[in-house]
Design a protein around this ligand. Structure first.
Ligand code: NDP
Ligand code: GDR
Length: 331
C-alpha cells in the first residue's frame, strides 16, 4: 500500500525538501496551504503537479480535523510555524497561537480522528536559548530567549505529553539551524548569500547586519529532512537532536561568504542596531550522537560547502533576473 504523508508548512524551506524526499520514496504527499489572495508557491512549483494541496490553517481546529479525516495519513509532519525569531517579539500572541497552540490542535486532531498516525514535531535548538551546557543534547535543560523559543518549548512538551497520555507515535526533532538556497531572505545565512551575490554583480555595495558574535551550528536543510523521516520509521517514538556538532560565528559566515567571490567582508559590512535582538542566543552547538547511533543519520554538506552553494545559487538567480527578490520580501 502506498503510504500517505501530510506536511504542514509545505510551502516553506523544509516542507519543499521533505516533499521532494517523500515523493522519491513513493509516498502520496499531501500539503496544507493557507488561503491567500495571491497563490504563488515558489518553493514547490516544480513539484506542484505531484502534490495534493489542501487548504487549512494551524489556527483552525476544524480544518485540521477535516484534513486528517479526509486524508487518513500514515504520517504527519508538523513544520508549519511563525518561524522568524525577531517577528516573535512583534507578534508574540500570534506566534504562540500558531507555533505553540497549533501543535496541540494538530495532535488533538490525530488523537481524535486517527490515533495510529505517526507524528513529527519541528522542535528547535532555540529552546536551549541561554547557554547552560555545551554541546546541547536531548538532556540539556531548556531556557528559551524569545517568544518563538518559548512557543517551541510548549510545542515540544505537548508532543511528549500526547505521546505519554494517549500512546501516540509522536516524535520531536530538535533541529539546529539548517539552511539552503531556499531559505527565506530574512534569515542571516540567506541574507548574507543574497547580498554577497548582489555586491559581486555590482547591484549593491553594502550589507547591514546585527550581532556578529552569535554562534550557530549550521547544516543543510536537504540533509535534515531525512532525519525527520527516519524518526518516524523507528520501532518506538522518541526525541532527537539533529545537528552537525560544529559551530561558527556570524562573522565567520561573512568571511566565508565573501571569500567565495574573492571579496573581503570588512569592505562591505555595516553593523546596524536595527538587527540586534532584545535577548540573544549566544552559542548553539548540538550533540547529534543519538541521531547518529540510533537513526544512522549523518549530515553530508559541510558549512563551507553550504555557504558556497547558497552564494552560487543567488548569483545564478540574479544573473537571470537582477530584480529577483528571493523567497520573501522581508529582508
Ligand atoms: P519557513 O518559515 O520556511 O516555513 C514555515 C511554513 O509554515 C510555511 O509553509 C508557512 O506557510 C507555514 N505556516 C505559517 N503559519 C501557518 C499557519 N497558521 N498554518 C499553517 N501553516 C503555516 O520555515 P522552515 O521551513 O525553515 O522551518 C520548518 C519548521 O521547522 C518550522 O516549524 C520552524 O520553526 C522549525 N525549525 C526550523 C529550523 C531551521 O533552521 N530552518 C530549525 C529548527 C526548527 P506560508 O508559506 O503560507 O507562510
Ligand atoms: P535563528 O536564525 O534566529 O537562529 O533562528 P537567524 O538566521 O535569523 O539568526 C541567526 C543569528 O544571526 C544573528 N544575526 C542576524 N540574524 C538575522 N536574521 N539578520 C541579521 O541581519 C543578523 N545579524 C546577525 C542573529 O542575532 C542570530 O544570533 C532560525 C530559525 O530558522 C528558527 O525558526 C529555528 O528554530 C532556529 O534557526 C534554529
Amino acid at each position: 500500500m502506498t503510504k500517505k504523508a501530510l506536511i504542514t508548512g509545505i510551502t516553506g524551506q523544509d516542507g519543499s525538501y521533505l516533499a521532494e524526499f517523500l515523493l522519491e520514496k513513493g509516498y502520496d504527499v499531501y500539503g496544507m496551504v493557507r488561503r491567500t489572495s495571491t497563490v504563488y508557491y515558489e518553493r514547490i512549483q516544480h513539484i506542484q503537479d505531484d502534490l495534493n494541496l489542501i487548504q487549512g490553517d494551524l489556527s483552525d481546529q476544524t480544518s485540521l480535523n477535516s484534513a486528517i479525516r479526509a486524508i487518513q495519513p500514515d504520517e504527519v509532519y508538523n513544520l508549519g510555524a511563525q518561524s522568524f525569531v525577531p517577528t516573535s517579539w512583534n507578534q508574540p500572541v500570534f506566534t504562540g497561537e500558531i507555533t505553540a497552540l497549533g501543535v496541540t490542535r494538530i495532535l488533538d486532531a490525530i488523537h481524535t480522528v486517527k490515533p495510529d498516525t505517526r507524528f513529527y514535531q519541528a522542535s528547535s535548538s532555540e529552546m536551549f536559548g541561554k547557554v547552560r551546557e555545551v554541546p546541547q543534547s536531548e538532556e540539556t535543560p531548556f531556557y528559551p530567549r524569545s517568544p518563538y523559543g518559548v512557543a517551541k518549548v510548549y510545542g515540544h512538551w505537548i508532543t511528549v505529553n500526547y505521546r505519554e497520555s494517549y500512546d501516540l507515535f509522536a516524535c520531536s526533532g530538535i533541529l539546529f539551524n539548517h539552511e539552503s538556497p531556499r531559505r527565506g531572505l530574512e534569515f542571516v545565512t540567506r541574507k548574507v548569500s543574497f547580498n554577497v551575490a548582489k555586491i559581486k554583480l555590482g547591484l549593491s555595495n553594502e550589507l547591514r547586519v546585527g550581532n556578529l558574535d552569535a554562534q550557530r551550528d549550521w547544516g543543510f536543510a536537504g540533509d535534515y529532512v531525512q532525519a525527520m523521516w527516519m524518526m518516524l520509521q523507528q520501532d518506538e517514538p522518541d526525541d532527537y537532536v539533529v545537528a552537525t556538532g560544529k559551530t561558527h560565528s556570524v562573522q565567520r559566515l561573512l568571511e566565508v561568504a565573501f571569500s567565495t567571490v574573492d571579496l573581503d567582508w570588512q569592505d562591505y559590512t555595516v553593523q546596524d542596531e536595527r538587527f540586534m535582538r532584545p535577548a540573544e542566543v549566544d552559542l548553539l552547538v548540538g550533540d547529534p550522537a543519538k541521531a547518529y547511533t540510533k537513526l544512522g543519520w549523518e549530515p553530508e554538506v559541510s558549512f563551507e560547502a553550504l555557504i558556497q552553494m547558497m552564494v552560487e545559487a543567488d548569483i545564478a538567480r540574479l544573473q537571470k533576473d537582477p530584480q529577483h527578490r528571493g523567497f520573501t520580501v522581508k529582508a
